[in-house]
Design a protein around this ligand. Structure first.
Ligand SMILES: [Mn+2]
Length: 352
């Protein structure tokens, strides 16, 4: 989620994007590196909808890759571009008529695809729900931060593209990844971005035949036991600051290495400590190396006018990162303990 991107804006309607896609015979759909449920779901859904209409569509994923959703990929054509790859060669020097970036519009999120995408801005379309990105990447931009997930936006495109009257009429192979996207980006309909439109869309997608239990199991109940051991270690580092309103945890390199884990999956751990009543904001600080750390941040919406609101997107921007008001991230060029203090101070400034 870390980005230097600036606030960016719309210049196209969903209708205009659909019209552009109708005229594109070949389309590459690209999302951000380390594709999460929304990124993957949005990409697969749009590629499959286009293929149902006999367009030549390809899903393109910049690495690294998170494999937990692999059972949902099926035969959908896709390319993986790793950090050290020559993007053009890996894409067989193919030149698509249109490129759609979904769930990101930020060059820092594109890995080895950055220059390839930048050179094709004239045929690139951004469909994103993040508030910041790099406008110059795309000729057409539909940016909608109120959308709970990019998949909510892509659902609208798929319905219009496929000329159905509601998402309940989408083919199951399109509906399933859309549901994955909205479910994961809303924390399974618990986060503050769970608005009425997303609940209605979820209902429609269930009517299209989506198996909620299967997706829930894949997404939330497929951890190796080491994840729980990591949680136990992380909880031992809990620190509460500023009248117990800020909760922070630290995950050290050593913890990950000893448990054989590659990443801290800090989003899931943040959710656990938000359960403390007094806590207004949380941060998981993960050690990258002796001098670098990354922070994953969350905040709770205030319940009364007396509560100060913590915007973690603003906190993350202090460190060159970003994201959303309730969920953001940043990389810090600091050892993990100093990074924790810096993050706590930045959050505390918003609570005073
Ligand atoms: Mn998203």
């Amino acid at each position: 989620m870390s980005t230097d991107a600036a606030p960016y804006s719309n210049n196209a309607t969903p209708h205009k994007i659909v019209e552009r896609l109708r005229h594109a015979k070949s389309v590459f759909v690209i999302t951000h590196r380390k594709a999460d449920g929304d990124a993957l779901g949005s990409t697969l859904a749009l590629v499959r909808a286009l293929r149902h209409l006999d367009h030549d569509a390809l899903a393109v994923f910049p690495g690294p890759w998170i494999d937990i959703f692999d059972p949902l990929l099926h035969e959908t054509p896709r390319a993986h571009i790793n950090e050290s790859d020559d993007a053009a060669a890996k894409l067989h020097n193919r030149e698509p008529d249109a490129i759609v970036l979904v769930d990101t519009g930020s060059r820092q999120q594109l890995g080895a695809l950055v220059e390839w995408v930048e050179a094709r801005a004239d045929r690139t379309i951004i469909v994103d729900h993040h508030a910041s990105g790099d406008e110059h990447l795309a000729d057409l931009r539909w940016i909608d931060p109120p959308s709970s997930a990019a998949a909510e936006m892509v659902a609208q495109l798929c319905v219009e593209l496929m000329r159905v009257d509601s998402a309940a009429r989408l083919p199951l192979d399109v509906a399933e990844p859309l549901y994955l996207g909205i479910a994961t980006d809303t924390g399974w309909f618990r986060y503050s971005n769970t608005r009425s439109s997303v609940m209605r869309l979820a209902a429609d997608l269930l009517d299209a035949g989506v198996d909620h239990n299967r997706l829930m199991r894949l997404s939330e109940q497929s951890d190796p036991p080491q994840r729980v051991f990591l949680l136990a270690r992380a909880l031992n580092t809990l620190r509460l600051d500023e009248d117990k309103q800020i909760a922070t945890l630290v995950i050290r390199r050593k913890d990950l290495e000893e448990l054989g884990l590659e990443n801290s999956d800090s989003g899931a751990i943040n959710d656990r400590i938000l359960s403390v009543a007094s806590v207004r904001a949380t941060a998981i600080i993960t050690e990258v190396d002796a001098n670098n750390s990354k922070a994953s941040l969350r905040s709770k919406p205030p319940l009364t006018d007396h509560e100060r609101d913590v915007d973690v997107n603003v906190v993350a921007q202090n460190f060159g990162g970003g994201g959303h008001k309730r969920a953001a991230g940043a990389r810090l060029g600091l050892p993990v303990d100093q990074a924790r203090d810096a993050i706590v101070n930045a959050i505390a400034a918003q609570l005073r």
